[in-house]
Design a protein around this ligand. Structure first.
Ligand code: AMP
Length: 188
């Protein structure tokens, strides 16, 4: 099964993806993690994107789709991917549609974790201390939330029309959210 998980930065997408990876032997495709690795490894891509990422804006579709295709085309991961952080715009959703068709796969379920901006601010400030991410301060957190609302919310509508969307209240404790996700997956 392939899953897409949506939610603003700090909504718990990473945490829930890790839970699903363990429970269903899936592969977590986190574009944020892949891009951060490019920066740490000081690759050509990494050099191009470090200031864009630090500002809370989106990296270009060309860069992201190339990284995505590497995973989607890999037979090891066929029909066992959690897309975490992709697609983030309608253009990226169209790119994903093409890739999914090209490699003879499908999206089975789309999860959206709903969380308010107030909760996000609180969680991101906590994470700043734990993970020391350069894009986790309050100003950037608000910018990333706005980018999410503007660019990513329209993509969620797109999946709603395809009847794939399940909305989950992300304000609750982690294990309750995991339980609800499992219940949805059991119905696939
Ligand atoms: P994340 O870890 O998913 O919150 O992503 C961190 C940052 O990586 C974002 O604020 C963007 O700058 C960049 N990024 C991650 N995924 C994408 C994507 N699908 N398209 C463009 N930029 C992305």
């Amino acid at each position: 099964m392939n899953i897409i998980i949506f939610g603003p930065p700090g909504a718990g997408k990473g945490t829930q993806s890790k839970y699903l990876v363990k429970k269903h032997n899936l592969h977590q495709l986190s574009t944020g993690d892949i891009l951060r690795k490019e920066i740490t490894n000081k690759t050509n891509i990494g050099k191009k994107i470090s200031s864009i990422m630090a500002s809370g804006s989106l990296v270009s579709d060309d860069i992201v789709s190339e990284l995505i295709e590497k995973i989607v085309s890999d037979i090891k991961y066929k029909n066992r991917i959690i897309f975490d952080g992709f697609p983030r715009s309608l253009a990226q959703a169209k790119i994903l549609d093409k890739l999914i068709k090209k490699y003879d796969q499908k999206i089975d379920i789309v999860l959206k974790l709903s969380v308010t901006l107030e909760t996000i601010k609180k969680r991101i400030l906590e994470r700043q201390y734990l993970e020391k991410r350069s894009d986790d301060n309050e100003k950037i957190a608000i910018k990333r939330y706005k980018t999410y609302e503007e660019s990513t919310e329209p993509v969620i509508e797109y999946y709603k029309k395809l009847n794939l969307l399940k909305v989950i209240d992300g304000e609750r404790p982690i294990d309750q959210i995991s339980k609800e996700i499992s219940d949805f997956i059991a119905l696939i």
